[in-house]
Design a protein around this ligand. Sequence first.
Ligand code: ADP
Length: 446
Amino acid sequence: MFKRILIANRGEICLRIMRACREMGIETVCVYSTADKDAPYLRLADRAICIGTGPAKESYLNIARIIAAAEIADVDAIHPGYGFLSERPDFSQACRDCKIEFIGPTPEAMAMLGDKVACKQTAKANKVPIFPGSEGAIEDEEEAVGVANKIGYPVIIKAAAGGGGRGMRVCRNEATLRSSIRAAQQEAAAAFGNGAVFIEKFLEHARHIEVQVLGDKHGHAVHLFERDCSMQRRHQKVIEEAPAPGLNPKKREQVCESAARLIRAAKYHSAATVEFLMDQDQNFYMLEVNTRVQVEHPVTEMITGIDIVKATIMVAAGHELPWRQKDITMRGHAMECRINAEDPDKGFRPCAGLITRFEPPGGPGVRMDTHVVTGYTVPPNYDSMIGKLICHADDREQCMNRLARALREFHVEPIKTTIPLHERLMQDGPFRQGGIDIHYLERLLK
Ligand code: ADP
C-alpha cells in the first residue's frame, strides 16, 4: 500500500480523500492556493504545500507546480478528486513520467473514454445503447443536414471534447442546424482546443440515469448500481439519489451490465460513471463516461456500503477488487442535496464571504460532507458548492422525510445558500412521486 498520497484538489473532496487515507494509515499531503491558505481542513493533512495564487490556472490546474510539490514531499501517488485536473490525460501522463502513481485511469483509457466520439464508437462495438446520430465527427453543413434528415429533428450538436454542459446546441429544424454547425465548431475549438463536433438525436423528456462502476488492474469490473440525477439546473446536478425511483428491475440489470461491459472493454481501472438518458419507456442511451470519482458518489456508498474513494486507492496500489458482482447488493434509499453558496432569489448568483454561523444537521442516517466550519470564508475563486447533505433510510419516502428534517436543522449565516430550495423540493408533489425529467426544475423555477 502507498505510504504517502498528495491530493491535487481542494474543499470537501480534499477532506473526503484525506479521511479515507487516514483510515487506511496513509499519510496525506495537501496542496493549496493562497485563496485557501486559512482553510481549516489543511490542518488535518500531514503536510500542506502552497502551490500558487487564487486563480485555478496558477495553482490547482498547474501541473508543473503540483508535480514539483509531489517530488518535494516524496509521495507515492496523487489523487486528483473531481474537477480541476482529474480528467486530463496529460496530468495522468505527467504522473507516469515521474513514476508517481495516478489514482485514476491510464492516460490512454481516459483519452479514449473522454473523447465523446471515440467513446460512442467503443460503446457501439460493445452493444451499449447509444443515441442515433453521426458515426464520427461532422465535417460540414451538408453532412450535418444529411444525418439530421435520417434521424429526424430535434437534434443536438455536441463538442467531442465538451464538458460541464458547455458546447451543446439544440436544433429543431434545418435552418437552425445550418446556421449553428460552423459556429459550434469554432466555439468548440476555442473552448476545448478541439473543433470536432457530432450530432445526435435530442430527447425531449429524459431522465438522467448514471451507473457507478469500479475496475481493477486485473481485468475485473463491477457496477455499484445506478443513480438518478434528473434534478438539474443549467445542466448542473442539484439532487442525486440511488436507486432510481420506479426503475424496472430488468432495465436496471441491462443498464448496469452494459456500463460494466464498456468499462471492461476499455481495460479501465479505478472509478468511473457511465451516464445515460432514459426515455419515458425506460429505453437507455449512453451520454458519456466520467473517468473520475463524482460529486455524488456518497449516495452509492450509502446504499452499497462500499467506500468508493478507498476503492480507488486500493486499485491504484494494484490490489484486486475484493468483490464480485454477486457480492454487491443495495439496501434502502439515499439522496444527496448539493449545498451551494448561491442566492436562489438572485438567479443563483454565487455568494462568497465569511460564514459566522454554520450548524450542520446530525442524527440517524445523516451524512454531511463539507469542509466548512463557523468562521470559514468562502473564496470567490472556485465552484460555489460548500457541501453535500446525504440521507439514507429504508425507503425513498422516509429518506425524503429525513432530508426535510435535516435541512430544517441546518443553519448557515449570513451568506445565502440553496438550503431553502432543497426544503421546498422535499415537499414538491411531482418530485415526491418520482420520475421527474431533467427540465423539471427549470420549469418549476420559471
Ligand atoms: P457534458 O459533458 O457537458 O456534461 P453531456 O453529454 O453529459 O455533456 O450532456 C449534458 C446534459 O445535456 C445532459 O444531462 C442533458 O441534460 C443534456 N443532453 C445531452 N445530450 C442530450 C440528448 N441527446 N437529448 C437530450 N438532452 C441531452
